[in-house]
Design a protein around this ligand. Structure first.
Ligand code: MRU
Length: 352
């Protein structure tokens, strides 16, 4: 049984329990969030991370936020709720799942505003739990839809962590690998370590080893060499936001991997739920890219590795153009050669 990344404990006055991913793989520890401030902090500091998991954390954060609302009528309640969603949305800008989760919670509150405040709180809790349960099913469907892309004896390269830890459980890119393994396929995975926060080595390598999948850790700058040696037959990564034309934001370094894959004639796949699509933006140029603190680069994991006072640029994501992507694997099916038309054909009437 996979470990639950994030869960609600108790009733409307309950709390969120999540795995503190900053401590993995050395320590498996849960943290508890009782209020919006603590879940905002957990998202910001990457205790909980990965686009779908952030979406769930945001939805549960709303339930924590409404615990504190004293409003007597629905209109006052909705106003306060807006304050909560704006606050939670300020934690991280790139993964659209956060804003999707917050908007869904607001929509449900609005649709139920004829109920008492207490009833709306209860409905919001049920909605957050529903979002988490849906994500579990979606991840399994992504695995099911994508597993055929991995062939026997393939080498598969992945970047960052799009595993169970980045979702309710089971993952997106890793779901494809988990499913291929369940189908009895033999393949090897190369996990980029993913500078500067090492999600690839700390989380992906850990998850794949636990699943009994043959994984080899490489530094990010080794991917070209490994591809040239003919060890990689496909790349599968996750996504944080996919624009209407298929341009895809994912962890910094993903764009470079896509160029390397193109140069070596290797198909580059993205695995993501429909909630990661932002059809309100035309292209990747409109995706906000989070910049994080210089210390993540100069003082990674407690050791200073750069001269004091050096200038640092630390974008957390980059955008892979749709032309570098062979297909996007979603729960609704595989979108080959992503483009406005091909995305709309598979997604239908999805509302961002
Ligand atoms: O900064 P992070 O660790 O939240 O970045 C995560 C990624 O880039 C993942 O690849 C992406 O969110 C997909 S998770 C299924």
């Amino acid at each position: 049984m996979p470990l639950p990344t994030i869960e609600w404990e108790g009733g409307v006055n309950g709390r969120v329990r999540l795995i503190d991913q900053t401590l993995l793989p050395n320590e498996l520890k849960y943290v508890y969030c009782d209020d919006t401030k603590s879940i905002w902090h957990a998202i910001k500091t990457l205790m909980v991370r990965g686009a779908p998991a952030i979406g769930i954390a945001g939805a549960m954060g709303v339930v924590l936020g409404v615990k504190e609302i004293q409003a007597k009528d629905a209109d006052a309640f909705l106003k306060e709720l807006k304050r909560v969603t704006i606050y939670l949305g300020s934690s991280r800008p790139t993964a659209v799942n956060l804003f999707w989760g917050l908007a869904r919670m607001e929509r449900v509150a609005q649709e139920n505003k004829d109920n008492s405040v207490q009833e709306i709180k209860e409905i919001l809790l049920q909605e957050a739990i529903k979002i988490e349960n849906e994500d579990k099913a979606i991840c399994r469907q992504i695995g099911e839809n994508g597993a055929g892309l991995i062939k026997d004896n393939n080498g598969v390269l992945t970047h960052c962590n799009a595993g169970g830890l980045a979702t309710a459980d089971y993952g997106t890119a890793l779901a494809v690998m988990f499913k291929a393994k369940e189908q009895g396929k033999r393949f090897k995975v190369f996990a980029d370590e993913t500078r500067p926060l090492l999600q690839g080595s700390r989380l992906t390598a850990w998850e794949l080893m636990q699943a009994g999948i043959d994984v080899t850790l490489i530094c990010d700058n080794m991917a070209a060499h490994v591809m040239k040696q003919g060890k990689v037959q496909c790349v599968i990564v996750g996504a944080d936001r996919i624009a209407a034309n298929g341009d895809t934001a994912n962890k910094i370094g993903t764009y470079g991997v896509s160029i390397l894959a193109k140069e070596h004639g290797i198909p580059f796949y993205v695995a993501a739920p429909v909630s990661t699509f932002d059809l309100s933006i035309k292209s990747g140029n409109d995706i906000p890219i989070e910049e994080r603190s210089p210390e993540e680069v100069t003082n990674g994991f407690g050791k200073r590795t750069a001269p004091e006072g050096v200038k640092v640029f630390n974008p957390a994501f980059d955008v892979t153009p749709a032309k570098n992507i062979a297909a996007i694997i979603t729960e609704k099916g595989i979108i080959k050669n992503p483009s406005v038309e091909n995305i709309q054909r598979v997604l239908g009437n999805h509302v961002s």
